[in-house]
Write a new protein. Structure first.
Lengths: 211, 308
């Protein structure tokens, strides 16, 4: 469960105030708003990458407002995927588990499992350069899901994809979060995307949130 | 060089007709191929200007080679290369430049990262202070180092005495003289490198459980590797060319603090222009070998970066 209580954060040269929302456990929340409305800032505050001026962030009932990003159990799929350019696809999938000191056997099993689920087995030895938009998005999703997060934040995950690939990725994301019972916050400016994927929709307008 | 293809004019763009510009709708375009002036003056200008500078650089090298080949016999070259002082100068140059390059990287990577990623009070001032070694006249850098080590602190024994009196006019002074200037160039390079790397990748690593240090080592350093190799090369070659600070702070003592740049100075000062030119050509050769080696290594690592 994600709950924001009267969150107040600075977004560039304006402030977002009184941001309150609740996404029940296992539900798929979509945050909509125009470009520059501060959607990504809300997401950064939830992930612990942006200082919160006031208000609270709760995950599954725990106050994580001031917890460090890595200690929140939340994972992040950034806009434009931001893959690690020097790392192989396999390296991406095993990065989180190895940082969290999983055993070699567990890491290998998790990489195999994700490679099959995401359909990227043939890419495991490749580096990000030359991967297509859809392949990059799968790798980015796999990197976030590898550590079995309770909560997942997706920043415009479909915006850079062509229509066919968008459809595939939409189904894949929905399937993966349902199977793993992950509470999700998805950011988009597309109404169609929001209506198709969301259990609950929030709109960010003029610095405040409307449900 | 192939000039970029000139596209036909799209609707609604200003079209040049006679001596005035007017906006025309797509349906009223009179000529499907509007007249565009030649690109020849533009290409001539950029090629001409860059060509003049290239000629200056190549001209200097050709002059060195020509003078050596017409005025210095092979026997003289061989005797200069076998000279004990010149050999010791080559060894000291290779060692001090390598130490300087390593020290510069160790300082430039964290400093460049700090300046690139964080906003703090006094940042503009610190940024300007880091440029001082670049803008100060080289002799002033040497004199300032000499004063710092021999007249400071104003109370108690000087830094020179604290270090056992073996710093000024010794090899450590050569390295510090080179480092003071070379590191400033390395810091600039590293800052530009980090500016071009999006902080997003580090942020993803943070959400996956890294602390700042691990995100830096596992994500930022590998991504910045090419910038680090450029900064190292720049520091190395810069250190080899350093002379002013070395002359004042370490002296040009034959066989003791003599590096190749001091050798050129010493040979010229005793009227041995031939010796000076041969040593200069050695420096040119060493610089080219270092640059080519780093470029080749860098190319190899780039191919590795793109493919597996």
């Amino acid at each position: 469960m994600i709950r924001l209580e009267k969150l107040h954060v600075r977004a560039g040269d304006f402030c977002l105030s009184d941001i309150s929302l609740e996404i029940p456990k296992g539900q798929y929340g979509v945050l909509m708003g125009k470009t520059g409305s501060g959607k990504t800032t809300v997401l950064e505050a939830i992930c612990g990458l942006k200082e919160v001026l006031s208000g609270k962030v709760f995950f599954d009932g725990y106050d994580v407002t001031h917890a460090r990003a890595g200690a929140r159990g939340i994972d992040f799929v950034p806009q434009d995927t931001t893959l690690f350019s020097t790392m192989t696809v396999q390296g991406h999938l095993s990065f989180g588990p190895s940082i969290q000191r999983w055993s070699r056997k567990e890491i290998a099993e998790r990489v195999e499992e994700l490679a099959d689920c995401l359909g990227i087995r043939s890419l495991l030895k490749r580096k990000p350069y030359g991967l297509s938009g859809g392949e990059r998005q799968r790798v980015s999703l796999g990197r976030a899901l590898a550590v079995r997060p309770q909560i997942l934040c997706l920043d415009e995950p479909l915006s850079a994809l062509d229509e066919d690939t968008q459809g595939e990725m939409r189904d894949l994301i929905r399937r993966m979060v349902r199977e793993n019972d992950i509470t999700t916050l998805h950011i988009t400016h597309s109404r169609a995307e929001a209506e198709e994927m969301a259990d609950c929709i929030f709109r960010l307008e003029d610095g405040s949130l409307k449900q | 060089m192939t000039p970029p293809r000139t596209e036909g004019n799209g609707g609604g763009f200003p079209l040049r007709t006679g001596n005035s510009f007017e906006v025309q709708s797509p349906h009223k375009v009179k000529s499907p191929t509007p007249k565009v002036r030649s690109d020849f003056p533009f290409y001539s200008a950029i090629l001409g200007v860059s060509g003049i500078y290239l000629l200056l650089i190549l001209g200097m090298l050709v002059a060195d080679v020509w003078y050596t080949s017409t005025n210095v016999s092979v026997r003289e070259i061989s005797s200069i290369l076998r000279n004990e002082y010149i050999r010791s100068s080559v060894r000291l140059t290779l060692v001090t430049c390598t130490v300087t390059a390593i020290l510069s990287i160790l300082v430039a990577v964290p400093t460049g990262y700090l300046l690139s990623r964080y906003q703090f009070r006094g940042k503009t001032l610190i940024d300007a202070v880091l440029d001082i070694p670049i803008v100060l006249p080289p002799l002033v850098v040497g004199l300032s180092l000499l004063l710092l080590f021999n007249k400071m602190p104003p109370w108690g024994p000087s830094f020179e005495k604290m270090l056992g009196g073996n710093f000024t006019y010794n090899v450590p002074a050569v390295i510090l003289s080179q480092f003071t200037v070379a590191c400033a160039f390395a810091v600039r390079t590293m800052r530009n490198t980090f500016d071009q790397i999006s902080p997003r990748a580090e942020q993803v690593a943070l959400t996956l459980g890294c602390n700042r240090g691990r995100a830096f080592c596992f994500i930022v350093v590998p991504e910045a590797w090419r910038g680090i190799s450029t900064a190292g090369t720049l520091a190395w070659t810069r250190a080899m060319g350093e002379f002013g600070p070395i002359l004042v702070f370490a002296g040009a003592i034959r066989g003791k603090t003599e590096v190749l740049s001091s050798s050129v100075f010493l040979e010229v000062s005793v009227g041995n222009l031939e010796g000076a030119v041969v040593v200069s050509l050695m420096m040119v050769t060493i610089a080219i070998i270092v640059l080519v080696a780093v470029r080749m290594w860098d190319k190899g690592s780039r191919e590795d970066f793109y493919h597996d």
